[in-house]
Write a new protein. Sequence first.
Length: 277
Amino acid sequence: MTAKNVYATLADYKAYVTARGQASTLDVTDDGVIDVLLETASRYIDDETGRNFYPYVQTRYFDVPDSRELCVDEDLLEVITLTNGDSTTMPSTEFYLVPRNIYPAYALKITDISSYTWLSNSAGSYENAVSINAIWGFRQRYSEAWKLAGTLSAAVADTSTLSFSMTAGHTLKTGQVWRVGNELVQGTVTSNTLAIDARGANGSTAVTHLINANVYYWQPEQGAKNAVLEIANSAYHRRFGNSTSNAVTITAAGVVVSPRDIPATAQAFIETHKDKL
């Protein structure tokens, strides 16, 4: 199984240390250790900021608001389905995210010219009457978050298939979050074959896919990526006594025990991205 929802992949880390002139310090047998460090650093950032910098799909429920604007309680990136209290689906033309064109959103609002209004459920209750199935997570410039990597060279005919075939020249890497339609998946890349760990990752729904369907990969917030690389690199080199940072305690087997202190630039990213709620 690959590392999940990491903000920097193993390939990213190797490029990072090469650019820093540290490639010679890498042990070729340590890929598994580095994957653990990257995933642990990613979750540390999530825990410290109180938010997720990876995309996940979830249906969340909200009370009917007193105005046309409905505030949400998580970082909102993209609405898949908005269901009103009367169980009708509201068309995407009838509402917009707030603020406009700035991500993540903190609310959605019915347009001034729309005939739609927020409605109670069939029991007449306004509590948890509205449901939003959406992609949630923190990402500024969300229009740049999903990068087209290539297309499927064969259809995915069922929802249990764990092997996707890509056209030659794709740009997918092991460790990324991939998107086909509204389904998210993760896994391992071998040439033009994707070995999927599990269908419908991060709360999404497994569906069939047509040949030539576009496949995208998630580009995390650059600051989150940089912070993970710094934490992981400091921790990795502590194993050999080559770092003065006290970033992570690691056993002789290379297993992360607990984060204690992190590089200053990574800490600065965490402080400026904490969820104030």
